[in-house]
Design a protein around this ligand. Sequence first.
Ligand code: ARG
Length: 460
Amino acid sequence: SKEKPWAGRFKEKTARSVEEFTVSVEFDSRLAYWDILGSKVHARMLARQGIISEEDAQKIIEGLEKIWREIESGRFRWRSELEDVHMNIEAALIELIGPAGARLHTARSRNDQVATDVRLYLRDEIDDLCRRLQGLQQALVDKAEENIQVIMPGFTHLQHAQPILFAHHLMAYFEMFQRDRERLADCRRRLNYCPLGSAALAGTGFPVDRHFVARELGFTAPCANSLDAVSDRDFIIEFLGAAALIMMHLSRLSEELILWMSSEFAFVDLPDAYCTGSSIMPQKKNPDVPELIRGKSGRVFGHLLSLLTTMKALPLAYNRDMQEDKEPLFDTVDTVKTAVAIMGEIVAHLKPRPERMREVCEEGFLTATDLADYLVEKGLAFREAHAVAGRVVAYALERGRRLWELSLEELRRFSELIDEDLLERLSIEGSVARRNSFGGTAPERVKEAIASARTRLSQD
Ligand code: ARG
C-alpha cells in the first residue's frame, strides 16, 4: 500500500487492524466538497503572502478542481489506507501535480482543516434545513387557512377541554418551527468563525492571513484562540440540540396524527399514498410515516447525548476521540432533513373530518367554562361560578344529557342568575368566538395569526 503522509518517523507498517479501526474515509468523504473549498482558499492565501509561488498555487487550485470533478462523478478512488478525506485528497493532488501539491499543507494541520470543513458543511446544511422548515410552516399555514371554519375539541390531559379552531391547533406548530428556525440561525451565527490558521493547536510561524481566509470562505472572522479553534465542537452539539428540539416537535405532531387517525378519534384522514398496510390484516391502513418520525426522534436525542459524552472529559486540544463527532452529526442531518420534508407533505395532504370533530365537541362538556364565565358576568365570583357549573355538569352527567339539553327551569335550580341568554353561550361556535384575547382561538384572532405568519415567512 501507498506510504502514509505521516510515515517518516515510523519504522513499521501500520497494523491492518489499526488501519481498519482508525479509518474514517467511508463517512468523512462526505466533507470532500468543503475540504476542497477550504484548501483552494488556503492555497491562494499562501501565494498572496509569498509563502508559496503563484504558479504552485495555480497548479494546486486546478488540481483540486480536477479532483472534485472526479469525486462528483464517482470516478475518484477512495483509499482506506489513507485514513480520511483530507489525506486522500492531498495524496491524490500530489499524485496529480507533483511537488506543488506537496506544498499545500504548509501552515496547516488536519486539526484546523477538519474543524473548518465541518463548519462549512454544517453552515450549508443549516441553510437547507431552514428552507425545509419554512416549507413545512407554509404547509401548516395553508392548511390552517383552508380549514378556518373547522372546530375541534381542544384537550388537556388528553381529556376534552374547550372547543378550538383546528387552524389554531395547526398554528401552534407553526410557532414551534419558527423557534426552531431561530435557534438554527443562532447556531449558524455562532459557528461562523474560521479555524484555519490555527494549525495543529498553537498557531503557525508562517505569515498567514487568517482574516483573508475567513472572509473568502464567508466566515465572520477567524476563531480568536487557536486551541479553542481546533478543539471546539460546541457548534455541533448546539446543532444537535436544535435538531433534537425539531424532532421533539415533529414527534408530538406525529403522535397527534396517529391518535387522530385512529377510529376512536377519526379526526383526520391521510391519503393512501401516505399510509402503509399490514401483511396479515387486510383492513389495515397504518400511519407508519408519523410513527417513524416519532421513532427517529430517539436516535437524534441519542446522537446529542453521544457527542456530549464524547467531549465531556477531553483535555485540550485535538484528540482523536473527536473523529466520533461525524457519524452522529451526519445521521442527524439526514434524519431531520427527511423528517421535516415528509412531514410537510403529510400536512399538505391532511384531510380533517369536521363532522366527526363536531360530534365530539358536542359529546363532552366543552362549554362548561362558558357557563361559569356567564355566571361571572352576572356578578358571581369565579370560584363560586366554577362550583355551580360543576354541579350542573354532574347533574347532566347523571341523566346522560348535554348542557344545552337542560331546560331553563332545571338550570335555574342551580342559580337564579341563569336566564334564557345562557343557551347561546353554551353553543360551540359562541364559545370559540368569545376566546378572542390576543393569541386566542377566536376566528378573528386566528386569521390575524395566519396573516402575521405569512408576513414572517415572506420576510426570510
Ligand atoms: N479524521 C480526523 C478527524 O475527523 C481528522 C483530524 C485528524 N488529526 C489528527 N491529528 N489525527 O478528527
